[in-house]
Each structure stands twice: as C-alpha cells, then as structure tokens.
Design a protein around this ligand. Structure first.
Ligand code: HEM
Length: 416
C-alpha cells in the first residue's frame, strides 16, 4: 500500500502519468479518501477529488467551486508561487472565467461549435481525414502513428476552422506542444524545472505575438473563419478586449487539437493490442460511436482541471475552507469502479459510457461535438482500408499532469 506522502508525490509527478503509476494512487484515493488533501513541498496544498459522483457535484456548484480566483491547472514546479499568481502570464480564457462573464464569452462561439453548424464542416473534415490516411498508406506499412498521423489531422482541422494558414501549422504545433508538453523533457523548450516553467510562459507569449497580428487583420478584413467571429465579437454592444480575444484564440488553437490527437492515437493503440476488436469494428459499423467514446474515456486526455472554493463548505466527507484549491481528476472519474464495470477493460460495448472526459456543468467542453465528429470521420475512413495493425516497438505516454496521451506509437499495418 502507498503511504500518504507517496500518494501526494504520485499525484503531482508527471512521470507517474507516463508509466501509469498514477492509477494505483487514484484507485487507492477513490476507495480510502475520495476527497483528499495533497500536501507537498512543490505546490500550494490542494484537495484532489477522485470519485465520479463528487466531481459531477463539484462541477454543478460553480458558485462554490469557481474557476476565476485560482490557477485552473496544476502548474509545473511553480514553487513558492501562490496559485493565483501562477496564472498571471496567461491571457483571459474561458476556463478561468465564472458566472455571467463566462456565459457571455462562451455564447460568442457556442453556436459555431453547435452540432448543426459543425455538421456543415463534415465534407471538408472528411477530405482532411482522407489526406492523413493516404499519407499513412504511403508510409509503406510502418509509422509512428502519433507523430505522423494523429498529431497532424486534428491540427489541420482546428487551424482551418480558426483561419491559420497551412504554412504556419507546424509552428502552431510546436507552440502547443511546448505549452502542454512543458513537463515532458522531450517536448519542453528546456529540460529542467525552471526551463519548464519559463518555457510554458514564453511559448504562450510567442503565441500571443502571432495571434496579435491575426486579430488586427480580422478586424480590418473579416473572413468566414472563427478568428473573425472572435475578433469582432461584442458583449452588451461593446467590442471584447484584446486580452479576451487572444485568450480565445489560444484556447481554441491548443485545446482543439492535442486532446483529439491524444484520443485518436489512444483508439489506434487499443486496436493494435486487440486484433479481434479491429475485426469487430470492421464488421459492424454500429460499434463505431462506442469505440470513439471508449477511446475518449480511456485516454482522458485532459487529466484534471482545478477549482477554488469561495466559501467554507463540504464535498463528500471533506470540510473545504474558503480559499482552498481543488483538483477535479477526470482521469480518476473515468476509471471509477462505482460507475464503470471493469473500468480497466477497453470495452466499446459499454451500454452507457458516462465518462467525464469532456468535463461537466457550465464549463463542459465546447468542442466535444467537433472532437467526436473528427474521430468518427477518421475511423469511418480508416477502418475499411485497415486490414491489420500491431505495435512495432514500445509505445510511450507523455509525462504530463494536465493534458497528455501517447507520445510515441510505432505501429506496423497493412492497408488497402
Ligand atoms: C477528445 C477531445 C477533447 C477532450 C477530452 C476535451 C476535454 C475538455 C475538458 C475536460 C474541458 C473542461 C471541462 C470542465 O471544466 O468541466 C474542456 C473545455 C474546453 N474545450 Fe475541450 N476537449 C476536447 C476537444 C476539444 C476541441 C476539439 C475543442 C475545439 C475548440 C475544445 C475546446 C474547449 C474549450 C474552448 C473549453 C473551455 C470551455 C469553458 O471553459 O467554458 N476541446 N475540454
């Protein structure tokens, strides 16, 4: 059994998310201490919420557990920095807003991301999926699926929606990886802890410079893209501020692809380890939505979001004090034995897959319909052409406490 300090260290250590040690700690927490205080030298103490029911209940109490007062993600080695200050370099984004402010900003793009509008993009997204799958076929039967296929396809989709030219996509990929992969020495700008901290901030600043030019252009010459919708957005008849515009660009550009890439690669990894599953999916198209949702649950690409308590209150059995910081562990909720039968089994036939990988409540992922559609289209295009797939080397996960998934996925395959 793990000692409490080992549990705490495991929760904050990106390496434990890479080798799955995190799951032992989360399983213990769900059973013994579902709302537990994590006290370490590296971070301001915080509560971790590990059960599915408690996370849903916290998400439905946004006035009590809010997004705007403290950092909404666990920062990398932000030693001695209070959680609020850790958020300082970031522009204002949806994930750090609350109440009517959050609702008004979210409304600006809500209809853009609604299923009926996203559907209009289906034909173009299918073209992009085919392009990626053709490249996979051209690779001659072996590739690193994460690097060569899964990273690029959702990136193309979201950049096209946003209006970033294709020539700048590689640059945007680099920046996103530096922001989300800052804890992983292979993806960060600099390998040490200080480098990770300043690297994430520098990457954000660099992205702001790039997007700043785009905002000016879309204000002058609006086009048929999301960047124009946001740049010319108004709330109460007033144009929205530059910090909010930049924040919107940043969150769309980053949240919109790494998550979907990680999940798509997780889905292929599942197939590479289960030849019978590939055969079943090829034979029965009705299993496809189940495969998409199970890959979303299995990957839990967004491992957590943080909240701050606005009052003295209770969650589960825990007494939470005003000003306390709290981690909602979606990774844990999605393996909660109370909700999922055999949670460590990849099962595309789950009758109801009530995962919380897209969050819940007022901040629930705005891009979930787009993400699901991208993945459905991808599998619809790939499965009829894929005859076999297996691992061709050791696959690995990223070392990341926030957003992560497969870092490398070498596969061997046969394709029509
Ligand atoms: C498999 C893919 C994805 C996963 C697992 C995922 C997961 C999440 C999660 C867990 C949240 C926070 C929810 C909460 O606090 O309750 C979130 C929010 C968000 N996601 Fe996604 N996401 C995915 C795809 C996308 C895509 C394709 C976009 C496209 C733009 C997107 C944009 C956003 C935005 C803007 C927010 C902030 C919403 C708010 O705070 O109101 N996501 N996502």
């Amino acid at each position: 059994m793990l000692a409490p300090n080992e549990i705490a260290q495991t929760v904050i250590d990106p390496a434990c998310y890479q080798d799955n040690r995190i799951h032992d700690a989360l399983q213990w927490l769900r059973r013994e201490m579902p709302v537990a205080k994590i006290v370490t030298e590296q971070h301001t103490p915080f509560w971790i919420v590990t059960r599915h029911a408690d996370i849903m209940s916290a998400e439905l109490r946004p006035d009590d557990f809010c997004n705007s007062r403290m950092a909404t993600t666990l920062p990398t080695d932000f030693k001695n920095l209070p959680p609020a200050a850790a958020n300082m370099p970031m522009p204002r984004v949806l994930t750090s807003m609350d109440g009517s402010d959050h609702r008004a900003f979210r409304r600006l793009t809500q209809s853009y991301f609604a299923p009926q509008n996203i559907k209009k993009l289906e034909a173009r997204i299918r073209e992009l999926a085919r392009r990626s799958i053709d490249a996979m076929a051209d690779a001659g039967g072996e590739c690193d699926f994460m690097r060569d296929v899964a990273l690029m396809y959702p990136l193309r989709v979201i950049m096209e929606i946003l209006g970033v030219p294709e020539a700048d996509e590689a640059y945007m990929l680099k920046i996103t990886q530096e922001i989300f992969g800052g804890e992983d020495k292979d993806l960060a700008r600099s390998g040490d802890a200080e480098g990770a901290r300043t690297g994430i901030r520098d990457a954000v600043m660099e992205a702001m410079g790039y997007f700043g030019a785009m905002v000016a252009d879309r204000k002058r010459n609006p086009r048929d893209d999301l960047a124009s919708v946001i740049a010319n957005g108004e709330i109460g008849g007033e144009p929205i501020g530059i910090s909010e515009i930049l924040g919107y660009y940043l969150i769309t550009a980053t949240a919109g692809h790494d998550t979907t890439s990680n999940t798509t690669a997780t889905g292929l990894w599942a197939l590479a380890e289960r030849p019978e599953l590939l055969a079943q999916l090829k034979a029965d198209a009705s299993l496809l939505p189940g495969h998409v949702d199970e890959s979303v649950r299995w990957a839990s690409a967004v491992r957590h979001f943080m909240r701050g308590a606005t009052l003295d209150t209770e969650l589960g059995d825990a007494q939470i004090a005003k000003g306390d910081w709290m981690m909602l562990s979606y990774l844990s909720a999605n393996r909660d034995e109370r909700v999922f039968e055999n949670p460590f089994e990849y099962n595309v036939r789950r009758p109801q897959n009530k995962h919380l990988a897209f969050g819940y409540g007022p901040h629930v992922c705005i891009g979930q319909h787009l993400g699901r559609m991208e993945m459905r289209i991808f599998w619809e295009e790939l499965l009829p052409r894929l005859s076999s797939v297996e691992l061709a080397g050791e696959a690995s996960l990223t070392a990341a406490t926030f957003v992560g998934g497969p870092k490398s996925l070498p596969v061997r395959y046969t394709m029509a």
